[in-house]
Ligand binder design. Structure first.
Ligand code: ZN
Length: 118
């Protein structure tokens, strides 16, 4: 296997993946057990890794943490972020090939915040 770490869930082979942004964590997860995977264990180009890092660091920009509310145009910002995520998913698929099935899980935190406001 290509994973260097010893995983907490040893019964899971971590062979299907999910791209999902979250605060300061690598954006690739096991789609079966939900383990957060180390992006360096995938053979992605440096450019793509940097793009992913940048994408993750933009995650949650639509939320104002001082007031714990959605920023103006927050939903638009989140939609843009999700669109970028889909772009990145395509690039990941191109680089990793068919042996690495990966899906995209879009962010819905903005919608949650909007729901709170209503
Ligand atoms: Zn797993």
């Amino acid at each position: 296997m290509f994973f260097k770490k010893l995983w907490s869930n040893k019964n899971c082979k971590h062979d299907t993946y999910k791209l999902e942004a979250d605060f300061s964590t690598d954006p690739i997860w096991c789609n079966k057990c939900g383990e957060n995977l180390d992006i360096e264990d995938f053979s992605l180009s440096n450019i793509l890794q940097q793009e992913l890092e940048c994408w993750v660091s933009d995650y949650g920009n639509w939320i104002d943490f001082d007031t714990d509310s959605l920023k103006e145009k927050g939903i638009e910002m989140e939609n843009e972020h999700n669109k970028k995520g889909l772009d990145l998913l395509q690039k990941i698929k191109e680089e990793l090939g068919v042996d690495y099935p990966i899906i995209f899980s879009p962010s819905t935190s903005g919608e949650l915040y909007q729901g709170v406001k209503k």
